[in-house]
Design a protein around this ligand. Structure first.
Ligand code: DGJ
Length: 726
C-alpha cells in the first residue's frame, strides 16, 4: 500500500513510482512537513529536520530549547503561538481569541478516495487507483478537530489535499481562514508562475523569482476570475518545458481564492492555496463540519510540459464526468458574433443551412432568444421564448436543426437577473444585496443569491423546464459579471460573510442536479469567456468557452496559457470574422482555423457570407479536423514554441501509443529574408519511422526530435501549418 506509517519514527510516507510525500509527527504532536518531490527511500527521517534556537523565534517546547514552531516546516500551521509566517487557518473562539493549538490525534489510511460532499473533486473509478490518508489534529480546549485529507494516485504524479474542520466542542467558533493545503519547502530559490489577465486577454503567463515576504494571487470577485487562474507553480530556476523540477497546484473551486507563497529570512518557502480568507468568516456551531475545496498537487521532474500533461490526464480522466468525458465534441456554429441580439428565425435558418453545407454538426443559439432581450439591458430571469424572434419557439427551431441532421444547443445565463425583468419585480430580494445600500449593476444586471435554497430550487425548476421544452443537446452556461454588495436577505448578520462561499455551494448543487437530470446534454461553462475557467466548473461541465477574444493571434497566447493546466478537450475555440471584433486584426481564414482546431472547433460568423473560396477552406478544414480531433482531444500535448517569447508558436499532440501526432505551427509577423527553420518535435518514439502529411519520405522519431522538422520558408504575416504524422 503506497502510504506507509512508521510508528516508531512517527513518519508518514505517501508515494508512487515517481513521487514521495513525507511528514512526521514531532514531539508526539506537531505535524511537520519533511519532503515532497521525486520518489525517495528514507532511512533517516530525523536528519531531514534541523533545529536551532534563533533570536526572536519563540521556544515552543520548554524541554527542547532548540525547537521553535517558527522554523518548523509544517503541514497545517497556525498563527499566534510561535510561528510568525502565514498560517493555513485561523479560528476565533467566543472569548475573542484566535490562539489555538491543534496537535496530532489519530490517523486513518484507506484504499481509494472518498468524494467531497457538495464540492467538486478528483475521483477514482476503482479503489486501487489511489490511496488516502486522513490525519486528525485536535485542539482539546475548544473541542475542534481538523482532518487533513490526502490522496495519492498510483499511476499519476498527483496528490490531492483538503481539510475539514469538525466542531465537537460546546461553544461556537468562527473560521476566518482555512486553506486547502499548505506546504513548507526547505528552500526558496524558486520561480513563481501563474496565469494572469482580464476579459479578452485571459491566462497570460507570468513568471518571476520569489522574493522575501509574501506574494499572493487571488480573487475577491465572487468567481475564480479572468484576472488570476486558481493555479500556481513553483519552478526551479532552470526549469523550462522539458526539464527542471516543477510543483503545480490547482484549486478545484470557482469562487474567491488565494494562493500565497511566503519566503522567510531562512530561505524557506511556504505555499498555500484555498478560499480567499479576505472577507470570509464562517460560523461553526457545535456539531458542524466545514469542508474546504480540494487542491490538486502535481510534481514534475521534467519541466512544465510534464506538469501540464499530468494535469491534463487528471482533469480529462478523473475530474470531468459524464458521457462526453471520453468523446470528442461536435463542430459547432454559434450565431453570437454573426447577429448579436439582432436575429430572426429566418436569419438563423440561413446560418444553419450554410453551416450544415460546410460540415457543422451543432447549431448554438446564443443570447437574445428570451423575454424582450434585444440588448443587454433586460430580461435575464425571464426564460420564456421571445415569440417575435422565434415564432415557432425553441422547439420549432430545434426541430429544423434536427431535420438538417444537426443537433441543437442553447445559451443561458441562469445566475443573473436584470432589474428590468418580471423575476426581479416579483422577487427583489433574490439578488445579492445589502439592505439600504446601492445595488451596483454590471452589464446592467444583478447576481441571483444562490446562497438561498429557494433561489436554487427556482433555478433547477426553471431550467428543467427550458431543457425539456425542446430537443436540446448542448448548453452554454454563461455568467457575465462579478459580485458586489455580497450579502443575503436569507442569512443572519453573523452569517453574512458566508454568502460568497454559500453561493458556490448553491451553484454546485444546481449544477449537480441539472447535469445528472440531463446526462445527454453537453454543457459548456462560460464567464464572458474564461472568467471562470477552473477545475471546479469542469467537474460539472466538461468544457469552457476559453475567451471572448477570437482573434487568431491573441488566441495563441490565451490557449497556450490555458494549456498549462487544462487539456485541449476542455477549451472551446471559434473561427470568427475579420476584421476581428475584439482587436480589428485581419488574419487569414486558414490560420484562424488552425488555431481553433487545436481545441474544440467551432465557428461564430456570418458563415453564408463567406466567399466561395473561403467556404471551400472551411469545408476542407472541418474534414481535416474530423480526422485529427481525437488526437488533439485525447493525445498528450507538447508545447514547442511559446507565443510569449517571439513570433513563432508551435504545439503538438501525440497519441498515447506514439503512433500518430498532429503539429501546429504559427508565425505571427514574418521576417524579411527569413532564416531556414526547423522545428524540434517531442513525444515521438525515437526508434519508429513517421510519414509526414501522407508523403513518401519516412523520418525517424529521433530525427524529428533532435534535428527537427523542416519548415517552409515563410514570407507572409499570419502563416500557419498543420502537419499530420503517422
Ligand atoms: C459572453 C460570452 O462569452 C459570449 O460568447 C456571448 O455568449 C455573450 N456573453 C452573450 O451575451
Amino acid at each position: 500500500m503506497p502510504i506507509d506509517w512508521d510508528e516508531r519514527n512517527g513518519v508518514f510516507h505517501l508515494y508512487n513510482d515517481h513521487v514521495s510525500y513525507l511528514m512526521k509527527v514531532v514531539h508526539g504532536k506537531y505535524l511537520a512537513h519533511l519532503y515532497w518531490g521525486k520518489r525517495v527511500q528514507v532511512l533517516q527521517p530525523d536528519s531531514i529536520l534541523s533545529f536551532k534556537s534563533r533570536a526572536f523565534s519563540p521556544a515552543s517546547e520548554p524541554l527542547d530549547p532548540q525547537f521553535s514552531l517558527d522554523s518548523l516546516p509544517q503541514e497545517y500551521p497556525a498563527f499566534g503561538n510561535g510561528d510568525f509566517r502565514s498560517p493555513a487557518y485561523q479560528l476565533r473562539t467566543m472569548d475573542g481569541s484566535t490562539i489555538t493549538e491543534f496537535v496530532y490525534n489519530s490517523h486513518e489510511i484507506y484504499q481509494g478516495k472518498r468524494p467531497l460532499k457538495g464540492l467538486p473533486h478528483a475521483y477514482v473509478e476503482e479503489k486501487n487507483e489511489a490511496d488516502s490518508l486522513v490525519v486528525t489534529l485536535v485542539d482539546s480546549l475548544i473541542g475542534v478537530g481538523i482532518n487533513l485529507q490526502y490522496t495519492i494516485y498510483r499511476n499519476m504524479d498527483v496528490l490531492t489535499r483538503s481539510a475539514s474542520i469538525e466542531h465537537l466542542g460546546k461553544q461556537d467558533v468562527e473560521l476566518h481562514k482555512c486553506m486547502s493545503m499548505s506546504v513548507d519547502f526547505h528552500q526558496a530559490n524558486w520561480d513563481f508562475l501563474h496565469l494572469q489577465g482580464t476579459w479578452g486577454r485571459e491566462q497570460h503567463l507570468e513568471r518571476f523569482p520569489l522574493h522575501h515576504g509574501i506574494q499572493t494571487i487571488s480573487s475577491a470577485r465572487g468567481a475564480s476570475s479572468h484576472l488570476h487562474n486558481p493555479f500556481v507553480a513553483l519552478l526551479e530556476k532552470n526549469a523550462n518545458e522539458e526539464q527542471g523540477e516543477v510543483y503545480g497546484v490547482s484549486l478545484v473551486y470557482s469562487g474567491n481564492f488565494a494562493a500565497t507563497v511566503e519566503v522567510d529570512p531562512f530561505e524557506t518557502a511556504r505555499l498555500s492555496i484555498g478560499i480567499n480568507p479576505f472577507d470570509f468568516i464562517w460560523l461553526l456551531k457545535p456539531g458542524d463540519t466545514f469542508q474546504t475545496p480540494e487542491a490538486l498537487m502535481v510534481y514534475s521532474s521534467e519541466g512544465l510540459g510534464m506538469m501540464s500533461r499530468t494535469f491534463h490526464r487528471l482533469l480529462r480522466e478523473r475530474l470531468c464526468r459524464g458521457i462526453y468525458r471520453d468523446k470528442s465534441r461536435p463542430v459547432l456554429i454559434n450565431n453570437w458574433e454573426a447577429t448579436y441580439f439582432k436575429f430572426t428565425e429566418k436569419r438563423l435558418k440561413e446560418i444553419i443551412d450554410a453551416g450544415k453545407e460546410l460540415g457543422m454538426e451543432l447549431f448554438v443559439l446564443d443570447d437574445g432568444w428570451f423575454g424582450h432581450r434585444d440588448n443587454d439591458k433586460s430580461s435575464l430571469g425571464d426564460w420564456d421564448v421571445n415569440k417575435k424572434k422565434l415564432p415557432h419557439g425553441l422547439k420549432g427551431l430545434a426541430k429544423y436543426v434536427q431535420k438538417k441532421g444537426m443537433i441543437f444547443g442553447l445559451w443561458i445565463e441562469p445566475e443573473m437577473v436584470s432589474p428590468d425583468s418580471n423575476l426581479y419585480r416579483a422577487h427583489p430580494d433574490w439578488c445579492l444585496h445589502v439592505p439600504d445600500r446601492r445595488r451596483t449593476e454590471s452589464r446592467n444586471q444583478l447576481v441571483l443569491d444562490l446562497s438561498r435554497e429557494d433561489v436554487c430550487n427556482w433555478m433547477i425548476d426553471t431550467f428543467t423546464d427550458v431543457f425539456k421544452s425542446a430537443p436540446i443537446s448542448y448548453v452554454k452556461w454563461d455568467m457575465n459579471r462579478n459580485m458586489t454588495e455580497v450579502g443575503s436577505a436569507a442569512l443572519h448578520p453573523e452569517r453574512q460573510k458566508e454568502t460568497a462561499h454559500r453561493y458556490m455551494l448553491g451553484l454546485y448543487r444546481v449544477l449537480e442536479v441539472l447535469t445528472s437530470r440531463f446526462p445527454d446534454i453537453l454543457f459548456e461553462s462560460c464567464s464572458g469567456g474564461g472568467g471562470r475557467f477552473d477545475a471546479g466548473m469542469l467537474f460539472y461541465m466538461p468544457q469552457t468557452w476559453t475567451s471572448d477574444d477570437t482573434d487568431a493571434v491573441e488566441r495563441l497566447k490565451i490557449q497556450y496559457g490555458t494549456s498549462l493546466v487544462y487539456p485541449a478537450i476542455t477549451m472551446g475555440a471559434h473561427v470568427s470574422d475579420v476584421p476581428n471584433h475584439q482587436v480589428g486584426r485581419m488574419t487569414p481564414l486558414i490560420m484562424r482555423c488552425h488555431v481553433a482546431m487545436a481545441a474544440n472547433l467551432g465557428f461564430e460568423l456570418n458563415i453564408d457570407k463567406l466567399s466561395k473560396e473561403d467556404q471551400l477552406i472551411v469545408k476542407e478544414q472541418i474534414l481535416q479536423y474530423q480526422k485529427i480531433k481525437d488526437i488533439v482531444c485525447f493525445g498528450e500535448q507538447f508545447r514547442l514554441l511559446s507565443p510569449f517569447e517571439g513570433m513563432d508558436t508551435a504545439w503538438m499532440y501525440v497519441t498515447s501509443d506514439r503512433a500518430k501526432a498532429v503539429i501546429f505551427y504559427y508565425k505571427t509577423l514574418a521576417t524579411p529574408n527569413p532564416p531556414f527553420l526547423r522545428l524540434k518535435l517531442q513525444g515521438l518514439n525515437p526508434q519508429k519511422t513517421y510519414r509526414i502529411n501522407r508523403g513518401k519520405q519516412l523520418f525517424y522519431g529521433d530525427e524529428l526530435m533532435k534535428i527537427g522538422l523542416k519548415l517552409p520558408l515563410i514570407k507572409k504575416d499570419f502563416t500557419s501549418y498543420l502537419f499530420e504524422l503517422e
